[in-house]
Design a protein around this ligand. Structure first.
Ligand code: FE2
Ligand code: FE2
Length: 394
């Protein structure tokens, strides 16, 4: 497929060109030489140094004494947060939504999936793949939480409430990528090898979401992200239904309801932090929003498109699966959920942060309306390796 760059500012502009196989699809070389390995290491180093230059990561920003807050919240979180985890025996599993390989009807059921998938447009698959790739980078998200001071799982099987939550949440989340991955494989519509490469690149690159090993910022981030994924999976469900694929709508809707439950847990933790430490929590919230909430898959790369995340985001925006309006909606929802406007007894800095947060939603919306009305966007199409290089409008 043709590779195209649309921006000079891309962090990944030093990638090596892809190799074309005789089937016209992009593939990796069969043998990986030492030179390739050295190139790859240099690629990662260059990427990281570009990220650091743009947004220097800060570590350990939470004062040490605040760790005690999380120790003290341990009994509260066991009683109020752990119940958000569902017992494994009551959880759905990907296999509940997929053809059973041991039955005779397996091939017919696969055929049905493929027939229904034919009714879905390419742009839909670009969004579904982007969502799936984001889910599949789960190791990065568990690492993020386990890098947070005061709540990390110190032994990988720690019995603290925080550690039990993180492992349980990860185990529940793991089903999302599994289910979407298997569905996409069976659909016959997407280039699995390119998608698998994208997942490997993404996990290898990590992410820079600027939460600074700070659990206040970490929980604000996860609250925001769980709601964002709830919206995004909910919209892929609605669109699947619109295109007549009720089965896929059920898959996406089921994942969305998990995200909602997780959002409820994380936002309840932040609600508690507002109760016990309002000033520090509101400053952390304002800081996160000033830097903007960076999407977890912002370093997405398929070995070919240097602006893959930007392109995926533009398709998601145009199809209505996740838009700038949704971003403002999430912010305003959380500001209302945590009753930010009603907080009292704040320091002068805290009051400034309060005013900033309470007026930010309308400002984002005004900016969005302005850009919709004033920025002329050429009707540009871009090839996506995930769908064998077929072009999709941005
Ligand atoms: Fe998920
Ligand atoms: Fe999630």
């Amino acid at each position: 497929m043709a590779c195209r760059m649309t921006s000079n500012t891309c962090l990944l502009s030093f990638s090596t060109p892809p190799i074309k196989s005789n089937k016209g699809r992009t593939s990796s070389p069969a043998k990986v030489s030492m030179v390739d390995t050295v190139t790859q290491v240099k690629t990662v180093e260059k990427l990281l140094s570009a990220i650091h230059k743009k947004n220097k990561p800060v570590t350990q920003s939470m004062p040490r004494e605040k760790r005690e807050i999380f120790d003290n919240l341990e009994p509260w979180m066991r009683e109020n947060i752990l119940p958000f985890l569902k017992p494994v025996e009551k959880c759905w599993q990907p296999q509940d939504f997929l053809p059973e390989p041991s039955t005779e009807g397996f091939y017919d059921q696969v055929q049905e999936i493929r027939l229904r998938a034919k009714e879905l447009p390419d742009e839909y698959f670009v969004c579904l793949v982007g969502d799936m790739v984001t889910e599949e980078a789960l190791p990065t998200y568990q690492t993020l939480i386990n890098n947070s001071d005061g709540i990390r799982d110190l032994t990988n099987c720690s019995p603290t409430g925080w550690a039990i939550w993180t492992r349980g949440w990860t185990a529940e989340e793991n089903r999302h990528g599994d289910l979407l991955n298997k569905y996409l494989y069976l659909s016959g519509r997407v280039d699995m090898k390119m998608i698998e490469k994208t997942v490997q690149y993404l996990i290898g690159f990590g992410m820079n979401v600027m939460v600074e090993n700070n659990p206040y910022k970490g929980f604000l981030y996860t609250s925001f992200q769980e709601r964002a994924t709830f919206i995004s999976h909910g919209n892929t469900a609605s669109l699947a239904k619109k295109y007549g694929d009720v089965n896929l709508a059920q898959i996406c809707g089921t994942i969305a309801s998990d995200e909602k439950r997780h959002e409820n847990a994380y936002s309840k933790i932040v609600e508690k932090l507002f109760e016990v430490d309002p000033d520090y929590t509101i400053l952390a919230f304002a800081d996160m929003m000033q830097k903007r909430i960076v999407m977890p898959a912002h370093l997405m790369y398929d070995g070919c498109d240097n602006n893959l995340f930007e392109h995926f985001s533009l398709v998601a925006q145009r199809t209505g699966i996740y838009t700038a309006k949704d971003y403002a909606d999430v912010l305003e929802f959380l500001v209302a959920r945590w009753k930010v406007a009603n907080l009292t007894g704040l320091s002068s800095e805290g009051k400034k942060a309060q005013e900033y947060l309470c007026t930010l939603g309308p400002r984002i919306r005004r900016l969005e309306d302005w850009s919709q009305n004033h920025v002329y966007r050429e009707k540009e199409t871009i090839p996506f390796s995930w769908i064998y290089g077929r072009e999709v409008q941005l």
